[in-house]
Design a binder for this molecule. Structure first.
Ligand code: UDP
Length: 409
């Protein structure tokens, strides 16, 4: 296995090569009045999933700009994460039978975490529903609380949304990933696109030999087309639907399917969904179901770069950082037209959208037989990510929000 150097921390100036020195200078200027001021970001998992991925990159960059920023992860037992996973699914429109017990568990863990976590920063940014109840413990020190919701709230289960309404209106602002997710709220709402770090291990260029090593390690043939979906094993990512689409494509093309995913500590359903995918794969040697370690950014990078086509056949999706990651690598992407995906995949311009198993298979077949078009989609996808979905833009939005909220401090 060839080894590659892992940079411990990426200096902000290195981003000039991607976004230009002017943008980096602008970030420094915006951050100047915020030097030494405190920010606490709280979410529910340190690894696995898009939110951890973003915070992992955002926090060190903000720190380098002189902001006194901390990232804290709330803790909870299995009972808590089972409840919050069913809330998550219900907020994405899945059926759900509310039980008083669930709401009590949610409240109890938020109360416990309130005693443990620092809640006195000038800017408190609370990510997603799991820790949203912390707002009940805000002190009277005039600090600013913002709820950053990463999930698609366009058709939430009424009982779960009603419960969250006990909390959300008490924040000073809310941030959503798409205009369609905005709600009727008495507080200002902002649109922030999630973002990827072009220089992180997950996204930076890697040597071709490393990619070949990773393929060999997982028994993937680099000479035949590779279709890939990288996602937690989660029903909303529809791994079984991907396998069904692959089977249709397989009738026409000798290709392989890679479904790769690790777990997230706030997601208790992974093992069951992986089993469902294994059953659907029926031992087909060309379907590689890879259980990745929770933290394997270089492997993910290599698998995405090795792919002929990247699939994201989600049934619901907040944003789908995996789509940005694939586009950044100039990959043709076939993805479902759900949640934040159409913001990234402009149909026939930066990728292809689909609405069903059959539609996904159709678009994959089209791309496999039109590699020139596939190449152009990937190239435009890269540009689209560069202009809209890089971590430096996300950072700029946060700086601007802090300046606005904190102007009277
Ligand atoms: N991811 C990973 N390993 C895995 C599965 C996913 O590193 O085995 C990463 C993926 O590359 C992306 C994030 O986790 O950065 C998933 O974010 P996304 O918004 O696509 O979905 P979420 O899991 O947050 O619903």
């Amino acid at each position: 296995m060839s080894t590659i150097q892992i940079p411990p921390r990426i200096p902000l100036d290195d981003y000039s090569s991607v976004i230009g020195a002017g943008e980096v200078a602008e970030l420094r200027t915006l951050a100047k009045p915020l030097a030494g001021r405190s920010v606490v970001m709280i979410n529910s998992t340190a690894v696995g999933g898009g939110v951890a991925e973003i915070l992992n990159r955002l926090v060190p960059l903000a720190e380098e700009l002189g902001i006194n920023i901390r990232w804290e992860v709330m803790t909870g037992g299995e009972d808590f994460f089972e409840v919050t996973k069913s809330f998550h699914n219900a907020l994405h429109g899945a059926p759900y039978h509310p039980e008083q017990r669930h709401f009590d568990i949610f409240r109890a863990y938020n109360e416990k975490n309130a005693k443990r976590l620092p809640l006195d920063a000038e800017f408190m940014i609370i990510h997603d529903p799991q820790p949203s109840g912390l707002i009940s413990y805000r002190g009277g020190n005039g600090n600013h609380w913002v709820w950053r919701c990463h999930i698609d709230l366009s058709h939430p289960h009424p009982a779960v949304w009603k419960f969250l309404e006990n909390y959300v209106p008490h924040y000073d602002a809310a941030i959503f990933s798409s205009p369609e997710f905005a709600k009727q709220l008495p507080i200002p709402q902002y649109l922030f696109h999630p973002a990827i770090d072009p220089l992180s291990e997950k996204n930076r260029d890697i040597p071709p030999e490393f990619i070949l090593d990773v393929l060999a390690r997982y028994g993937i043939d680099h000479l035949r087309p590779i279709l890939t979906q990288i996602s937690r094993f989660d029903r909303l990512k529809d791994p079984v639907g991907v396998i069904r689409a692959y089977r249709i494509v397989r009738r026409y093309f000798d290709c392989q399917l890679v479904l790769a995913g690790g777990g997230a500590s706030d997601d208790p359903e992974g093992a069951t969904v992986l089993k469902e995918a294994q059953n659907a794969a029926e031992g087909d040697p060309d379907i590689k179901l890879l259980e990745l370690p929770q933290w394997a950014p270089l492997e993910v990078n290599a698998l995405q770069r090795a792919s002929t086509i990247v699939i994201q056949k989600s049934l619901r999706e907040g944003f789908g950082l995996t789509v940005s990651e694939a586009l950044w690598k100039r990959k043709p992407v076939v993805a479902s037209a759900v949640g934040g995906i159409p913001t990234q995949i402009i149909h026939k311009h930066t990728g292809l959208l689909a609405h069903s198993v059959e539609g996904t298979a159709y678009q994959i077949r089209f791309l496999l037989s039109h590699p020139d078009i596939a190449g152009r989609l990937g190239e435009r996808g890269h540009q689209h990510v560069k202009e809209n979905f890089l971590i430096t833009q996300n950072l700029k939005r946060y700086l601007t929000l802090f300046l606005k909220l904190g102007k009277s401090s």
